[in-house]
Design a protein around this ligand. Structure first.
Ligand SMILES: Cc1cc2nc3c(=O)[nH]c(=O)nc-3n(C[C@H](O)[C@H](O)[C@H](O)COP(=O)(O)OP(=O)(O)OC[C@H]3O[C@@H](n4cnc5c(N)ncnc54)[C@H](O)[C@@H]3O)c2cc1C
Length: 370
């Protein structure tokens, strides 16, 4: 039986550990904090199919079917059935990229249907689309279900170093342990690049800090008082409301909607923010955006998620897997929706030593258009 350590119990590490167990590996999952407490924190994420890179669209479509398999296996809804709405001039490009994919139902929305589906939104007459099989990922349910399946695998320790032993295997050193494994998978979010570098693997991530705010919905008579129930997720690239990139997703409680801007504060590799006041400024801009674009929300935020984000040089949706001599590292951004398929890819890499073609860094999967 292959002995594999997975470092980091965010959604990707949990998915990798789950896939490894399903393939019969002896898994140890190292995580000092609450599972899902890093970049995977918060109560929702957007599942959308539209991406600039058609190869990423194909990967995400495969992930969508694996989310369904997880729902079946865990007996709980993990992606809402209310779709993903996008507005702005980019809609036509998105539709063109998705058109060749038979299994991804998408369509344009006229202003009337847009308002029916997203009554939170202020008046808007421009291009809009619905990704029918997109929706809000139930993050807490997903993390909880995976953790419950991984009982007995958790080592509640911070990993200090990962290194190959001349006598064979890969050693993982934590605060109080030193153990050797056949393979080690690094899914440590902002901790991955440092651990990988110590093992001679250069993962070129840039670090940033992001803020997302949660707002209460105003009750609308049309929705019987449960204003966020049945709402789609939302991406706004229109610029109509003073921001060229904004996103939102309903919380599972049916009463809250979380909103963020497609903007971060740059950080040095050690986590020092270039301008610490910028996070507060981003939060203020988000509130201002909500006042203009989403009058269906109470404009005082009730909750904040502050999170590190890790980006590859080739785009906001870039993702890659680096692997050499028993050590595999994953990096990228906007990975929640891909977690099931990345878990499979990492498990396969750990057990065979071969990274799936599209996920090799030279492929620059998820590269931005242009
Ligand atoms: C506000 C926000 C909104 C987002 N929206 C979307 C979205 O709509 N759709 C989407 O698909 N994605 C979205 N993303 C991105 C997505 O959430 C992340 O890409 C994903 O959660 C990353 O998961 P992960 O498991 O790779 O990393 P993480 O969740 O960060 O997990 C890494 C784990 O490793 C642990 N760790 C770190 N160092 C060590 C160490 N040395 N030893 C042991 N453990 C260690 C950490 O404690 C952490 O738990 C969003 C991200 C943010 C922050």
């Amino acid at each position: 039986m292959s002995r594999v350590a997975v470092v980091g119990a965010g959604i990707v590490g949990l998915a990798a550990a789950h896939a490894l167990r399903a393939r019969g590996a002896d898994v140890t999952l190292c995580e000092p904090g609450p599972p899902g407490g890093g970049q995977s924190a918060g109560r929702s994420r957007i599942f959308r199919h539209a991406h600039d890179d058609p190869r990423l669209v194909a990967l995400v479509a495969r992930s969508r079917s694996l989310w369904r398999e997880w729902e079946h296996e865990f007996g709980v809804e993990l992606v809402s059935r209310d779709g993903a709405v996008a507005i702005g001039d980019g809609v036509e490009d998105k539709l063109r990229t998705l058109e060749p994919f038979d299994g991804i139902p998408v369509r344009r929305l006229d202003p009337g249907e847009l308002h029916d589906r997203l009554p939170l939104l202020a008046g808007y007459e421009g291009p809009a689309m619905l990704d029918v099989d997109g929706g809000a990922i139930r993050t807490v349910a997903a993390v909880g279900a995976l953790v419950s399946r991984l009982e007995g695998t958790m080592l509640r320790e911070h990993v200090i170093s990962v290194g190959r032993r001349t006598s064979g295997g890969v050693e993982v050193r934590t605060g109080t342990t030193a153990r050797t494994f056949d393979h080690v998978v690094l899914c440590a979010g902002r901790g991955t690049a440092a651990l990988a570098r110590g093992a001679g693997i250069d993962v070129p991530v840039a670090l940033g800090a992001h803020v997302r705010l949660t707002f209460a919905t105003r009750a609308t008579p049309a929705r019987g008082g449960t204003a966020a129930a049945g709402l789609p997720t939302f991406q706004d690239g229109s610029g109509t409301f003073g921001e060229t990139g904004a996103y939102g997703a309903p919380d599972p409680d049916g009463r809250h909607f979380s909103v963020g801007l497609s903007a971060d504060t740059d950080a040095a590799p050690d986590g020092a923010l270039a301008d610490p006041s910028e996070l507060a400024a981003l939060a203020d801009r988000t509130v201002d955006y909500v006042r203009r674009a989403l009058p269906g929300l109470e404009p005082a935020p009730v909750d904040h998620v502050h999170c590190w984000v890790t980006r590859l040089p080739w785009g906001d949706d870039g993702v890659g897997i680096w692997s050499a001599d028993g050590i595999t590292a994953l990096a990228g951004h906007n990975l929640f929706k891909q977690a099931p398929v990345l878990g499979e890819a990492l498990a396969g890499t750990a057990l065979t030593g071969t990274v799936p073609q599209d996920l090799r860094p030279g492929q620059r999967l998820g590269r931005a258009a242009g």
